[in-house]
Write a protein that binds this ligand. Sequence first.
Ligand SMILES: [Zn+2]
Length: 84
Amino acid sequence: MPTYDYECRQCGHRFERFQPMTAEPVKACPKCKGRVARLLSGGSGIIFKGSGFYHTDYKKNSAPTAPDKSRGKPADSGRTGPAE
Ligand SMILES: [Zn+2]
């Protein structure tokens, strides 16, 4: 359930309401019964609205990386080091 932030237009009182999206928005300030406005910023409920984008991001990360075969072979022809 998302948390909604409200701010009273009358007295400036700010408060939060934990309510389902289907619930009616608060209209009256609990303090002065004045008109309140719903603030859309900072509500975690809005951010999670687009579920799924996180998933695709994860997929992209775990994409199989092809082994680099086209790397040039080191010029290693026989042992040239000192004999033991
Ligand atoms: Zn108020």
